[in-house]
Design a protein around this ligand. Structure first.
Ligand code: FES
Length: 166
């Protein structure tokens, strides 16, 4: 199978990228079915465009498209990355978690629930990236219990609604 990517480039090199939702051994495609799958992508395709335009997983947002706002934050093998700066082919075989993969069996991830409970959603555009970054931060076990360090660790995620303390 040969698929044109969002740039209209026909892949010269077929690279299989497997995309996974959160959960050991479970794979979820954009339609929500749990099955392993792969696809061929151009070496020019970035992860954000792969997720949004090819797989229709639109939770990760395209804000600046240059690594400055964090709206596109996803987890790769549990680590936070800005997907707009990541070439998809570099993550062949990696476990990719987007905001769509956080809830389990209809139950929101505790960080998702905390954003709702604490009225942290604001305009919503940056929220998926904020949540993914917070989940990654907790997994990295850094800055826990230290508000200043949490702020620093979350500083790559910008909210344009002004949800900052004065
Ligand atoms: Fe990726 Fe802004 S869209 S950091």
């Amino acid at each position: 199978m040969c698929i044109r990517d969002s740039y209209g480039v026909r892949p010269k090199i077929g690279v299989r990228v497997k995309l996974a939702s959160q959960g050991a051994g479970r794979w979820k495609d954009s339609a929500g079915s749990k099955s392993k799958f792969g696809l061929f992508v151009s070496e020019l395709l970035d992860m954000l465009d792969l997720l949004r335009e090819r797989l229709h997983l639109t939770g990760a947002k395209k804000g600046c498209d240059r690594g400055q706002c964090g709206a596109c934050t996803i987890l790769v093998d549990g680590q936070r990355i800005n997907s707009c700066l990541a070439l998809a082919v570099s993550y062949d075989g990696a476990a990719i978690t987007t905001i769509e993969g956080l809830a389990e069996n209809g139950v929101l991830h505790p960080v998702q629930q905390a954003f709702i409970d604490q009225d942290g959603v604001q305009g919503g555009f940056c929220t998926p990236g904020q949540i993914m970054s917070a989940v990654g931060l907790i997994a990295e076990a850094q800055a826990m219990g230290d508000a200043e360090r949490v702020r620093e660790a979350m500083s790559g995620n910008i909210c344009r609604c002004g949800a900052y303390q004065g």
